[in-house]
Ligand binder design. Structure first.
Ligand code: PLP
Length: 390
């Protein structure tokens, strides 16, 4: 490891050299099945021919102009995103965190429009919204925040999946103007809320005149079995953040909004030098086209069922397995003890997995996974977990 890199990651001791579909090869030629997709990013797998072709063709034509000009591919992407999400307008940026920052700025503008000088946002325990200061302040992890005080003010935290807690805050704090929530919490270990949670949040927001903002950076883009996880309920948020899988690995994020919230930004109030360049936007258009043409939302739902059933059969009775949960290809297996060591053990057996909150094995395999690969993930992970029981 070069001593010239800042020490921000606990990396596995392997460098990947190339990939194809759901498989990765390291610099020594060893092959691994990828059940993490670079943290939910390479949803179409590695080296997808249509993605490769789009990038190569566009790179030979035009990569960047900044937003000094019209960018037809950015417009095409905004149209596609509006179509799959039901929201009206998009701001295109370079990462998930930036999409969250844009959402928070829109929420502040909307609050000021209502004459509230210090608009507050309800956020959830265990949430993850990113690493910049406002997104970090919204994040429900003291560990991630420690040392970075003073944090940005204006966030009130409540337990996830707890409607009563929100009503209580609403009754005592008149400065609240919005709720920010992940429809399925990813970093918190794949937490799936009650079936009517978002609908009830939607009604509270309607009743109080608040904005409902959904962070779908991890749960969006077909991974949960729908284009966006909030679509499991008949609910449309006012603001939606999307990123990770959007350009299958090129850096991109987008903040979507609808209704009055979509009209608040104007020239000079927000922007990005790199954001929405022709290369990433055209690639994102290709990704959305492939997801639609290949029915990847349905595929994620089917494969997710197959994997969950497999794990329940293989691990259901084991006392050390405290929960097996998920939706589509967001899967968490919670143990009663630390699972971090399993990452390296899996790697030795040719499988890439992830562990979050120490005790939760998190799987975010690519949506193009084949059935035998899904079965192989179940077999290998189940074997490793059984090994921990001994
Ligand atoms: C990954 C993630 C982010 C941050 O995205 P970056 O691209 O790492 O900035 C924000 N919210 C959620 C729900 C995420 O999963």
């Amino acid at each position: 490891m070069s001593e010239h890199l800042m020490n921000t990651y606990a990396r596995m001791p392997v460098a990947m050299e190339r990939g194809e579909g759901a498989w990765l090869w390291d610099s020594e030629g060893n092959r691994y099945l990828d059940a993490v997709s670079g943290l939910g990013v390479t949803a179409l797998g590695h080296a997808h021919p249509r993605v490769t072709e789009t990038i190569a063709d566009q790179a030979g034509k035009l990569i960047h102009t900044a937003n000094l000009f019209q960018i037809p591919w950015q417009e095409a992407l905004a149209d596609r995103l509006a179509d799959v999400s039901g929201l009206d307008r998009a701001f295109v940026c370079n990462s998930g965190t930036e999409a969250v920052e844009c959402a928070l700025k829109i929420i502040r503008l909307a609050g000021h429009e209502r004459g509230i000088d210090t608009p507050g946002v309800i956020v959830m325990d265990g949430s993850f919204h990113g690493r910049t200061l406002a997104a970090l302040s919204a994040t429900g992890s003291r560990k991630a925040q420690a040392g970075f005080e003073p944090l940005v003010s204006g966030f009130v935290r409540v337990p996830f999946n707890d409607i009563d807690a929100i009503e209580k805050v609403a009754d005592r704090d008149p400065s609240i103007t919005a709720v920010l929530v992940e429809p399925i919490q990813g970093e918190a270990g794949i937490q799936v809320p009650d079936a009517d949670y978002l609908g009830r949040l939607r009604s509270i927001c309607n009743r109080r005149g608040w904005l409902l903002a959904c962070d779908e950076i991890q749960s969006g883009l077909c991974r949960s079995g729908h284009w966006y996880a909030h679509q499991h309920e008949d609910v449309v948020p006012d603001i939606l953040t999307t990123a990770k899988a959007l350009a299958n690995g090129l850096p991109i994020g987008a903040c979507l909004a609808r209704g009055a919230a979509a009209e608040l930004l104007s020239p000079g109030r927000h922007g990005s030098t790199f954001g929405g360049n022709p290369l990433v936007c055209r690639t994102a258009c290709t990704v959305l086209d492939v997801m639609r043409e290949e029915g990847l939302a349905d595929r994620a739902a089917q494969l997710g069922e197959r994997i969950l059933t497999g794990f329940r059969e293989a691990l259901g009775g084991l006392p050390l397995v405290t929960d097996i949960r998920g939706r589509g290809l967001m899967i968490g297996i919670e143990l009663d003890r630390p699972a971090t060591a399993l990452k390296d053990q899996a790697l030795e057996q040719g499988l890439v997995i992830n562990v979050t909150r120490e005790k939760v094995i998190r799987l975010l395999p690519p949506l193009i996974l084949e059935e035998p690969e899904a079965d192989r993930i179940v077999e290998t992970v189940s074997g490793l977990v059984r090994g921990l029981a001994d």
